[in-house]
Design a binder for this molecule. Structure first.
Ligand SMILES: [Zn+2]
Length: 138
């Protein structure tokens, strides 16, 4: 299923993020977790944000979360989005990952119906070479 139109700028795949995108292709949401202190982190980095350990590994996490904050975008900064306005950019807090937050989009909801704390669930936005995690109200 595709929620956003093709023609968007794809997210950059780097040495730090390639594991995230490979798992996403299999419709698995993964975050880095530190083997030494147990903390989840996002965005990914070569070392743990808290204890600086290099023992960070990918761990599958649940796609259930809550809207921590959000904004509605009414201007098409990318031409492909001209017919897709307004859309919602949200920070989603993931209780199953120690409250780690991920920036994404809310789909299947009007901006006026979004609220802070709203329960959301993961959906996958599939493109020919990439799957992107988005969220929609439960
Ligand atoms: Zn750590």
């Amino acid at each position: 299923m595709t929620y956003f139109p093709e023609g968007m700028i794809p997210p950059p795949v780097t040495m730090d993020t390639v594991g995230f995108w490979e798992a996403a292709r299999e419709h698995r949401l993964v975050l880095q977790r530190c083997d030494d202190c147990g903390r989840f982190q996002h965005p990914p980095a070569p070392v743990c944000h808290r204890c600086r350990s290099a023992a960070v590994r990918w761990a599958d996490v649940e796609g259930r979360g809550n809207v921590y904050t959000y904004t509605a975008v009414h201007k098409a900064f990318i031409p492909a989005l001209q017919d897709h306005l307004p859309y919602v950019v949200a920070v989603i807090e993931l209780p199953g990952a120690g409250g780690t937050r991920i920036v994404s989009n809310l789909v299947d909801v009007a901006p006026s119906d979004v609220s802070i704390g709203m329960e959301v669930d993961l959906v996958w936005d599939d493109y020919p070479e990439l799957s992107v995690p988005r969220f929609r109200p439960v």
